[in-house]
Design a protein around this ligand. Structure first.
Ligand code: NAG
Ligand code: NAG
Ligand code: NAG
Ligand code: NAG
Ligand code: NAG
Ligand code: NAG
Length: 404
C-alpha cells in the first residue's frame, strides 16, 4: 500500500524531467487527484478496520465510497486489478503476527491462498497459549436463514470458534450487522454449481481460509440448512477430543457409486480405491492441510470427474481412503434423511420439527467414538427449511441445552 502511495509522485518527477507541456500538466493534476483520493480512501479503510484490505470497488474513482447496495453488487473478487498484487503484501505482513487471527476478507487468488494455507504450521499449541478453536465453515448459496439459531448456539463461547462463510458471489444480501457472529466472516467466493467440481474448489477455499488462523484445530463444513443438535460445549469437546476425522466413505458397487468411476483415472486412482460419501465433512488440521495441498488427486478429478460423476460425493472420500483411511471414522457427523429415496434428502418443514424428532436425531443410534460405543453419532442435521426457525429457537434451550 505504501508503495502505491508513493508511486504517483515518482511518475510526476519523471514527467517534469522530460518536457513540460500542457498535457503533462494535465496528467500532473489528474495524478495528484488520484493520489489524494486514494490517500483519503486508504486512510478511511485503515481507521474503520472493517476490512483488512481495500477491495476492488474502492479503487474506482467514479464511485464515491461504495456500499453494498442492491443496485451495485460487489465486483467479482477475481477481477485482475493492477493493485491486487501489492495488496497481498499488506496481508502477508499482517500474518507475520501469528497471535492475531487474520480477517476473513482478503485479496489473495486461490492459487496463492492454497499455497499459503499449505505452509502454515500444523500444531502450535505449545508455542501459543490460545485455546484451540473449531472452524465452522458455511457453504451457502445466499443468506443463512437459520442464523438466529446459530447466534444462540455460539453465544458465550467467543474465542473457541471461528466462522467462515462462502456464499455465491451474486448474493447481494445486506452485510450482517455488527455484533452478529457472521459479521465480516464472508470469504472471497466464486460461483458454485451444485454437484460440480466448483463445489470441491469452494470447500478447499474455505479450508484454506480457515487454516490461516493457526488456532483452528478442527474444521467442519455446514450448509445453510444445517442445524446443531447439541450445545456448543458438547460439540466443541466432541470434535477437539476426537482421535479420528469424520469423512463418510463407503464402497458403493452400484452405478451411482463405482459406476461413476472413470478408467482414465488409472493409475493414480484405481477402481478399488474409489469411494463415495457425504460432502459434509469434519477434519482435523493435519488432514485439512493435506486437502488444500493435494496436487495429485485433485487435478485427476478435475479432468475425469465431470457432470454426472458428482465429484463432491467422491473426491474427499476417495482421497481420504487412499491416503488417510487409518485415521478416519468413515462416518459423517451430519445427519440427513435419505429414507424416502431419490436424489435429494428429505427437507424438513415447520410441522416436522418436534421434540421427539430432535431427541431421535441426538441419540437414536449407536456408533464408535475414541474406541468406545456412544449414542452421540451426529452433531448436526440437515435439511431444515427457513420456516423451521421459530420452532427450533423455541425448542433449542430445552432439548439441546443451549444457554437460555
Ligand atoms: C468494499 O468496501 C466497502 C466499504 O468498506 C464495502 O461496503 C463493500 O461491501 C466492499 N466490497 C466487497 C466486494 O466486499
Ligand atoms: C438480488 O439479485 C436478484 C437477482 O440476482 C434480484 O432478484 C433481487 O431483487 C436482488 N435483491 C435485492 C435486495 O435487490
Ligand atoms: C502482535 O499482536 C500483539 C497483540 O495482538 C501485539 O501485542 C504485538 O505488538 C504485535 N506484534 C507485531 C510485530 O505487530
Ligand atoms: C450442554 O449440554 C450438556 C448435555 O448435552 C449439558 O450437560 C451441559 O450442561 C450443557 N452445557 C451448557 C453450558 O449448558
Ligand atoms: C475406514 O475404512 C477403511 C477402508 O476404506 C478402513 O481401512 C478403516 O479401518 C475404516 N475405519 C473404521 C474406523 O472403520
Ligand atoms: C502490480 C504492481 O503495482 N506491482 C508493484 C508492486 O510493488 C513493487 C515494488 O515493491 C512494484 O515494483 C510493482 O510494480
Amino acid at each position: 500500500m505504501k508503495q502505491q502511495e508513493h508511486k504517483p509522485p515518482t511518475s510526476i518527477l519523471k514527467l517534469f524531467k522530460d518536457q513540460f507541456s500542457f498535457f503533462n500538466y494535465l496528467s500532473f493534476v489528474l495524478l495528484l487527484g488520484f493520489g489524494l483520493t486514494f490517500g483519503a480512501i486508504a486512510g478511511r479503510s485503515m481507521i474503520s478496520d472493517k476490512y483488512f484490505i481495500f477491495n476492488t470497488t474502492q479503487f474506482s474513482l467514479s464511485q464515491p465510497l461504495p456500499s453494498l447496495s442492491p443496485l451495485s453488487p460487489p465486483p467479482p473478487l477475481s477481477t485482475t486489478s493492477s493493485l491486487e498484487e501489492n495488496d497481498t503484501k499488506v496481508q502477508t505482513k499482517g500474518l507475520k503476527n501469528y497471535s492475531k487471527p487474520p480477517k476473513a476478507l482478503h485479496h489473495m487468488k486461490d492459487k496463492e491462498l492454497l499455497w499459503k494455507a499449505s505452509r502454515v504450521p500444523r500444531i502450535q499449541q505449545s508455542t501459543y497459549k490460545q485455546a484451540s478453536k473449531v472452524a465452522f465453515m458455511f457453504l451457502t448459496r445466499g443468506r443463512l436463514p437459520l442464523a438466529p439459531l446459530w447466534e444462540k448456539f455460539f453465544k458465550g463461547h467467543e474465542g473457541l470458534y471461528s466462522i467462515y462463510v462462502h456464499s455465491n458471489p451474486s448474493y447481494n444480501g445486506s452485510i450482517e450487522p455488527e455484533g452478529s457472529v457472521f459479521h465480516g466472516r464472508r470469504i472471497p467466493s466464486k460461483e458454485v454449481q451444485w454437484g460440480e467440481f466448483s463445489l470441491i474448489e469452494a470447500e478447499r477455499r474455505l479450508l484454506a481460509n480457515a487454516l490461516l488462523d493457526f488456532t483452528n484445530q478442527r474444521f467442519v463444513l455446514l450448509s445453510e440448512s444445517c442445524i446443531p443438535l447439541f450445545n456448543f460445549s458438547t460439540i466443541y469437546s466432541y470434535l477437539i477430543d476426537s482421535t479420528k476425522t469424520f469423512v463418510e466413505l463407503y464402497d458403493d458397487p452400484s452405478n451411482v457409486g463405482r459406476g461413476r468411476y472413470n478408467h482414465r483415472m488409472r493409475p493414480i486412482i484405481e477402481l478399488d480405491q474409489w469411494r463415495k460419501g457425504s460432502q459434509w465433512f469434519e477434519v482435523d488440521r493435519d488432514l485439512a492441510i493435506e486437502i488444500v495441498s493435494d496436487r495429485k488427486y485433485f487435478p485427476v478429478f478435475g479432468r475425469f470427474c465431470k457432470d454426472s460423476c458428482y465429484g463432491d460425493e467422491h473426491y474427499l472420500p476417495t482421497f481420504v481412503n487412499i491416503r488417510f483411511a487409518e485415521k478416519n471414522s468413515n462416518r459423517t457427523l451430519t445427519w440427513v434423511d435419505w429414507s424416502r429415496g431419490g436424489p435429494h434428502p428429505t427437507k424438513f418443514l415447520k410441522a416436522y420439527v418436534t421434540i421427539e424428532l430432535l431427541k431421535r436425531l441426538r441419540s437414536g443410534s449407536n456408533c464408535e467414538y475414541n474406541g468406545k460405543i456412544t449414542d452421540i453419532c451426529h452433531l448436526f442435521a440437515r435439511k431444515f427449511l427457513p420456516s423451521t426457525l421459530d420452532r427450533l429457537l423455541w425448542f433449542a434451550p430445552k432439548v439441546m441445552s443451549f444457554n437460555p
